[in-house]
Design a protein around this ligand. Structure first.
Ligand code: ADP
Ligand code: MG
Length: 370
């Protein structure tokens, strides 16, 4: 898989290089040649004035250079640091990227073959598991936890021997009282945490023992939504969604199509210029959903997505999640909302003190004192 993607990258790279060469030729014909190296550097800086563009904070992961973020916030912060977010992607930015791509091309190619070799040595288990899975009947399992325990403090498990399988296209509620381990479960799937024991597989990736460098790839297959929305407050709706596309270096042309598309899907096409504080809670959560979905991940994880919403908005968001699920996305929703869970008649997994105490198709909220 890594190899295939590298080949695709190489094709993309070749296109970028060809494009750049033609641009360079044009420039060379008109621009006078600089006389010294110092002058050359200066004139290049003028040619690509990215203003406050900070090359160090730019995460270029489209050509095999991946940065593993420790948390979703880190991902967001990194992107905020990337200057130019929220602007239409200018020609200058694209030229800058092309130039960087060209400069790094040879080094990258060397590194890629090196990485492939390293990966083969580092993760034989992971390969074996995905190979096995293909032969199994439950090929459709997209999330799997086997014997998973997680203790933050030695001897006090937040999750205790959890076994869950979720198939592609399922809609699953995870319910349980406060402190029962629901968020811990979500964070394990995102590899924000590692389990103390057990195996976790998400979208074909062995997550529990995953090599750090692969984490961004895992996270690209998961959209995440939280109770507190986590929007960028100084950016408008369009920009909040577009940044998720910038993280994965989506070409400007695609981005200009994808962002309005997903905003229309969540019913916010008319509000793309609004800032988060100008929106209702339900609308803010829809922006967060659009951001989570714009890169078309196969999995959507929601941790108490309606925890801050009134009942009417809660229903709106749940209906939207249902629609998203009907379009093929696997949806996992952690919630406290008894009424919604009972009304929707989906699979319900109940966790109590770190232990799965029930798992029912078309279930309801188990009314217990947790
Ligand atoms: P839920 O989301 O169901 O409310 P959590 O997964 O957040 O539950 O927490 C499960 C248990 O793990 C709780 O007892 C909580 O106090 C503990 N816990 C969660 N996060 C941490 C942490 N970072 N460090 C130590 N203990 C934690
Ligand atoms: Mg929680």
């Amino acid at each position: 898989m890594a190899r295939k993607e590298f080949i695709e990258d190489s094709e993309e790279l070749r296109a970028v290089i060809a494009d750049l060469k033609s641009k360079t030729e044009k420039t060379e014909k008109t621009a006078p040649l600089p006389e010294t190296e110092a002058e050359s550097a200066e004139s290049e800086e003028e040619e690509f004035p990215p203003e406050s563009y900070d090359e160090d904070s730019f995460t270029d992961d489209s050509f095999g250079e991946e940065i593993a973020y420790d948390s979703f916030e880190d991902r967001i912060n990194d992107t905020i640091a990337m200057d130019g977010i929220g602007e239409a992607v200018t020609r200058q930015e694209e030229e800058l990227k092309s130039r960087q791509a060209l400069e790094r091309a040879s080094a990258r190619e060397k590194r890629a073959s090196h990485e492939e070799e390293g990966e083969r040595q580092r993760a034989p288990k992971e390969r074996r598991v995905s190979g096995k899975r293909k032969k199994k009947k439950d090929d459709n399992v997209i999330i799997s936890l086997e014997g998973v325990s997680k203790s933050y403090v030695k001897g006090v498990p937040a999750l205790n021997n959890v076994n869950i399988k979720i198939r592609k296209g399922e809609f699953v509620f995870i319910v349980g009282g406060s402190g029962s381990g629901k968020s811990t479960l979500i964070r394990l799937l995102l590899r924000e945490l590692q389990p103390t024991r057990g195996q976790i597989t998400v979208n074909g990736y062995r997550v529990d023992n995953m090599w750090r460098g692969k984490i961004p790839k895992l996270r690209r297959s998961i959209g995440v939504v939280f109770q507190d929305f986590r929007l960028l407050h100084d950016r408008n709706v369009y920009e909040n969604v577009a940044f998720a596309q910038r993280i994965i270096q989506t070409p400007a042309r695609e981005m200009k199509r994808n962002v309005p598309d997903i905003l229309a899907t969540v019913g916010l096409a008319g509000k793309y210029k609004a800032k988060p504080e100008e929106l209702s809670g339900g609308e803010q959560q829809r922006v967060a959903l659009a951001r989570a979905l714009v890169n078309k991940p196969p999995i959507l994880l929601c941790d108490e997505p309606t925890g801050n919403l009134d009942p009417r908005m809660t229903i709106e968001i749940m209906n939207l999640l249902d629609r998203i699920n009907q379009n093929g996305t696997t949806v996992v929703v952690v919630t406290h909302n008894e009424k919604i869970v009972n009304d929707m008649r989906k699979r319900v997994i109940t966790i109590k003190k770190g232990v799965v105490i029930s798992d029912e198709e078309k279930g309801g909220y188990i009314d217990e004192d947790y």
